[in-house]
Design a protein around this ligand. Structure first.
Ligand code: SF4
Ligand code: SF4
Length: 152
């Protein structure tokens, strides 16, 4: 199993924006955060190293209120250490798929959503039933020359 590596592209936090809000602020650094989809209400703290960017960094009203854009198009969660459970659980990629040359040919989002620009992989994937076990799925992909690796 390989480790999931977040590239800080910010896509998930931008789309989660409509589900996360500041319910109450205790100070500029301490807030109560509400996660609308789960109902979770939790105290969060802006980390001291992010306080400046939280106050004056680039933000957008449609994003999560704790997200800030930094130089180089990198996004930062300013409450990363105290972020909601939903954010801790989220992984935009659950599996990587490599071709015969050991190059990444695609990845899986969520349980079984393939993202690829490789038509051969796409067609092989379509032949695999969605309830096929992971071991069988890997075997089927192997037969087509691909290797799947689960991310954790
Ligand atoms: S979890 Fe995925 S979508 Fe979210 S910032 Fe990291 S790489 Fe981007
Ligand atoms: S709390 Fe942090 S990890 Fe969660 S959506 Fe907002 S910026 Fe992203």
């Amino acid at each position: 199993m390989a480790r999931f590596a977040c590239t800080r592209c910010g896509k998930c936090c931008i789309s989660l924006g409509r589900h996360i809000r500041i319910e109450r602020s205790i100070s500029s650094a301490y807030h109560y955060c509400r996660v609308a989809v789960t109902g979770e209400l939790l105290p969060v703290a802006v980390h001291p190293r992010h306080r400046e960017i939280f106050e004056s960094g680039k933000k957008d009203p449609s994003w999560c209120p704790f997200l800030r854009k930094e130089e180089g198009d990198l996004f930062t969660c300013t409450i990363y250490e105290t972020r909601p459970h939903l954010c801790r659980e989220f992984m935009c990629r659950t599996m990587l798929i490599y071709n015969r040359e050991n190059r990444e040919a695609g990845y899986v989002k969520g349980r079984r959503t393939l993202v690829t620009s490789d038509p051969v992989l796409e067609s092989a994937w379509k032949e695999i039933d969605s309830d096929t076990s992971e071991a069988a799925l890997k075997e089927r992909l192997r037969n087509h020359g691909y290797r799947a690796e689960r991310l954790e």
